[in-house]
Design a protein around this ligand. Structure first.
Ligand SMILES: [Zn+2]
Length: 104
């Protein structure tokens, strides 16, 4: 019998009693003709850390590999609760913290 566990809350998912959701994430480097701005992006990227943490966890969990930063795809099992949370907030943004775009 196959056991699934939620990749977000680590709770075992009993597929008899509840729904299991699969989230597939594909990450690929965007290739631009002109170099995008590098310098002004530091303020609003802290949520990326959370994603990286999550991705790292998933990495460790499933042993998914990346092709040297070129592209990678991740597959996560989520329980219903975490799926809802994920859909509301797929990038792990903190709701209490507004993004501060300073338009100078
Ligand atoms: Zn969960």
């Amino acid at each position: 019998m196959i056991h699934y566990s939620c990749d977000m809350c680590k709770r075992p998912i009993s597929i008899d009693a509840e729904n299991r959701y699969v989230v597939k994430i594909e990450v690929a480097q965007a290739i631009e003709d002109s170099q995008a701005v590098d310098d002004n992006t530091t303020d609003d990227i802290d949520h990326l850390e959370e994603i990286q943490d999550l991705l790292q966890q998933i990495d460790e969990h499933d042993g998914l590999l990346l092709d040297d930063g070129v592209a990678r795809s991740l597959k996560c099992d989520l329980c219903e609760e975490c799926c809802k949370r994920f859909l509301k907030n797929p990038l792990g943004l903190k709701p209490s913290k507004q993004l501060n775009f300073s338009n100078n």
